[in-house]
Design a protein around this ligand. Structure first.
Ligand code: GLU
Length: 544
């Protein structure tokens, strides 16, 4: 009996690997095109770090005319969640990310390199495991959990590296006859790689992001097929990324230390390894120290949070690019009107360690992104968001023509307003522009001038003598100064500053009175524009 007999006993129906090698040929792509992928397990949850990763891989595929596909890694069946694939697809679609190939719903995929869900690829893994067993490069291991526990205890007591390797790998050198007998007796087993590695030797490797590194060779006889017949992540990664002809693996840095194992698997299987780009983990400051953005503790770890809060996808992507390439900020300053897809993203210029995520900075970026949008664009986006998340706002926006004017205040000029960072802020921000939402009887916080009689006097005189909706901005402003002067206030702020004792206040304090009476707030965008949009009747009504 030889290894082939053992292989046939374990996987009697598995095909010869030549079948798959022919079925999934090298891709015919332009020179330099990369094939990359996103390979989540189907939990349905998309972490902001995953979006970061997908953004990087999709930009690399686009930039080079390559392919970016979606593969679902469901070999750990405990972690499965109903409807998870569609939910991942939709969450990413919210950010404009769509895959060229891969799963399109829970069961089906598109593209010539499928199936794109690992549980549908069982026979493929079996073929490659059989291929290794037949050459004596993999073997059935019958170690029970108790045996493994005992092994570990011995290694720990002797202060040795733990694991299943070398002389500790008890079933590594079992004869074919012994193995066959155990299998025939119905003993449980997994399939392990017979690692050709030597811990003492080093391998040199170059990560696309992390640069040159040296690792000790892998010498662990890792499991490739588990007791349930499904492959481990390691084995599936090698088989899938080979057959799907991936050339660039972009994945989280938690996999970085597995590189020696993976390179060894590619070598043993006779595959050309892909390039690896390990993406730094997204961290946040927690007091004085950094920690991972956590799914449990941090709402902002989930990409759906941004959608729900109404932080535009453009802002999120722009912020992530800021983290990814430090020269992005300069590029944005020089090219304020360009789309981010025009930025020449450089994967090898990414930071090497934990990227720091800062919500304040993200909202700041968002204010700038929104300030560059047209009133029409904002209207459409707010309207869409409100339809899903804020009924009252959705109703307010029904008068499109009027709402466009509201959003047009201080916009479309060279210094557009920057007071909106997310759509969930909009309602509060524009409420006073809608007559039925404006509470005329509320007690407002006035500024420096808070005496009721004085306020009455100012407002009255303004309506009677100075207010004319047809004034242009300069005239309107001059009249505000005249009003201040007539009431005994300084007509220029500068005048007041040089001799503050001479007046009870200045033109700014006077216009604050008008502003608060009209809007209920001390800070608003340009008051002249607000009055123009409110219209004569509303202005008079509110001031009266
Ligand atoms: N399923 C693995 C994960 O979710 C994929 C890692 C990879 O991209 O290869 O971490």
């Amino acid at each position: 009996m030889d290894y082939k007999d053992l292989a046939n006993l374990i996987f009697p129906d598995a095909k010869d690997i030549s079948y798959y090698e022919e079925k999934y040929p090298e891709r015919n792509l332009p020179e330099g095109a990369v094939v990359t992928r996103y390979a989540p397990s189907p939990t349905g949850f998309v972490h902001i770090g995953s979006l970061f990763q997908v953004l990087v891989s999709s930009m690399m595929a686009k930039k080079t005319g390559g392919v970016n596909f979606l593969r679902i890694e469901d070999t750990d069946q405990k972690r499965e969640v109903e409807g998870a694939i569609v939910s991942v697809i939709n969450s990413l679609k919210d950010f404009g990310i769509e895959f060229d190939e891969g799963m399109v719903n829970e069961e089906e995929g598109k593209g010539n390199y499928g199936p794109y869900k690992q549980s549908q690829r069982k026979e493929i893994y079996e073929a490659y495991a059989k291929y290794l067993i037949a050459q004596g490069k993999a073997y059935p291991c019958f170690a029970s959990p108790e045996e493994l526990e005992e092994l570990r205890a011995k290694q720990e007591a002797a202060k040795l590296r733990t694991g299943y390797y070398g002389v500790w790998a008890k079933y590594r050198n079992l004869s074919v006859e012994e193995a066959v007998e155990k299998i025939k007796n119905g003993e449980q087993y997994v399939i392990r790689l017979k690692s050709p590695g030597n811990e003492e030797k080093k391998i040199k490797h170059k990560d696309v992001i992390k640069g040159n590194v040296e690792f000790p060779e892998n010498d662990q006889d890792i499991i490739i097929i588990k007791g349930d017949g499904l492959p481990t992540y390691h084995f599936a990664h090698a088989v899938d990324d080979h057959l799907m002809r991936t050339t660039l693996v972009v994945r989280g840095e938690e996999w970085f230390s597995s590189v020696p194992t993976h390179l060894q698997l590619f070598y043993v299987l006779g595959f050309k390894p892909p390039k690896y780009a390990h993406i730094p983990t997204i961290m946040k400051m927690d007091g004085e120290s950094k920690r991972k953005l956590s799914k449990r503790k941090d709402a902002e770890a989930a990409v759906d949070y941004y959608t729900e809060e109404g932080i535009p996808k453009e802002s999120v992507l722009e912020y992530l690019l800021n983290i990814a390439n430090s020269n992005f900020e300069i590029w944005r300053k020089q090219n304020p009107d360009k789309n981010i897809s025009e930025f020449d993203f450089q994967i090898n210029k990414m930071g090497v360690s934990g990227a720091l995520f800062d919500m304040v900075k993200m909202l700041d970026v968002s204010k700038n992104v929104i300030s560059r949008m047209s009133a029409e664009d904002i209207y459409n986006k707010v309207n869409e968001w409100a339809q899903n998340y804020d009924n009252e706002l959705f109703e307010m926006l029904k008068d499109k023509e009027y709402s466009l004017k509201v959003f047009g205040i201080e916009r479309g000029n060279s210094k557009p307003r920057k007071d909106i960072s997310k759509w969930s802020e909009v309602k509060d921000n524009i409420l006073y522009m809608y007559n039925d939402k404006f509470d005329k009887n509320a007690e407002y916080e006035y500024g420096k001038i808070s005496d009721k009689k004085e306020i009455d006097k100012i407002v009255k005189l303004y309506i009677e003598k100075y207010f004319d909706i047809n004034d242009d901005k300069q005239t309107w402003f001059d009249k505000m100064k005249d009003l201040a002067e007539e009431l005994g206030y300084a007509r220029e702020v500068k005048m007041f500053k040089t001799e503050p004792d001479k007046w009870p206040g200045h033109v700014g304090d006077i216009s604050t009175v008008i502003r608060v009476s009209l809007t209920g707030r001390q800070n608003t965008p340009d008051l002249y524009e607000i009055m123009q949009v409110l219209g004569k009747d509303t202005v008079v009504e509110r001031l009266s």
